[in-house]
Design a protein around this ligand. Structure first.
Ligand code: Z5A
Length: 228
């Protein structure tokens, strides 16, 4: 089904999040999907976490500099939560209410994977913060890009060049392997929301897989398709 044969859903926008470990290609794939949706005259907002609003971008600087790590896992998790609270209230929710589709590079699953599974912050604390920061807001679709960690880290290193690895890139290989497993578990535990996508192909092939997932999950069935 091409974009020209799609009857786009109206009303509230759809919320699509991209998740995965380092260098899995989230930013690359969000851009490709946004370009495709914009070409179909959809209203699209691309945003990211941590960050995405002026207040949350300040928090982003704090956590990626490694400052949050010095405060300990719980306090670092609070920083991510504070950033998300601002981002949801001032950017994501208003856009969805106006019918804009929001494509977000990382969201609450990143907290579950990085701080929960890897940082060993108790699920009860993460759930409590999630109730405060996002309430009932749940992504309509979460694309989880899956890639052998060595390849993801090579891609991230090549992109960085001679720059310094950030707080998470600097973690050891075992951390990144654990991260991949955590994301695979998130996908397996919530198949109605999540699609695990093999990201170990060229960007256009991966983009085709992403498009198929979005079409199958969020666009009307062929029976209701009309040409536009
Ligand atoms: N974090 C957290 O701990 N808790 C939270 O709640 C949240 C976040 C929300 C944000 O980092 C960090 O915050 C993140 C988790 C933590 N950890 N780290 N690091 P960030 O925003 O700076 O970076 P990232 O989200 O981790 O992005 P990334 O992994 O560095 O990159 P990516 O977006 O997945 O990949 P990319 O930029 O699209 O591609 C990377 C390179 O590979 C680039 O040169 C591409 O041209 C290339 N590429 C992309 N796709 C391909 C394919 N298919 N083949 C070959 N090469 C490719």
């Amino acid at each position: 089904m091409s974009e020209s044969a799609v009857k786009w859903p109206s009303g509230r926008g759809r919320f699509v999040t991209f998740e995965g470990g380092e260098g899995t290609g989230k930013s690359t794939q969000i851009k490709k999907l946004a370009d495709r949706l914009k070409a179909a005259r959809m209203r699209i907002l691309v945003t990211r976490e941590p960050g995405g609003s002026p207040g949350a971008e300040i928090m982003r600087h704090l956590v990626l500099s490694g400052m949050g790590k010095l405060l300990g896992p719980e306090a670092e998790t609070l920083l991510f939560a504070a950033a998300r609270d601002d981002h949801v209230r001032t950017v994501i929710q208003p856009a969805l209410n106006q019918g804009t589709w929001v494509l977000c590079d990382r969201f609450a699953d990143s907290t579950r994977a990085y701080q929960g599974s890897l940082g060993q912050v108790p699920a009860a604390l993460i759930n409590a913060m999630q109730r405060v920061t996002i309430g009932d807001l749940k992504p309509d679709l979460t694309i989880i890009l899956d890639l052998p960690v060595e390849i993801g880290l090579q891609r991230a290193a090549a992109r960085r060049g001679s720059g310094t690895p950030d707080r998470f890139e600097a973690e050891k290989l075992g951390f990144h392997q654990g991260l991949r497993e955590a994301y695979r578990k998130i996908a397996a535990d919530d198949p109605a929301r999540c699609v695990l996508i093999d990201a170990n192909s060229d960007p256009d092939t991966v983009a085709g897989r992403v498009w198929t997932a979005l079409r199958d999950r969020l666009l009307p069935t062929p029976a209701s398709v009309v040409s536009i």
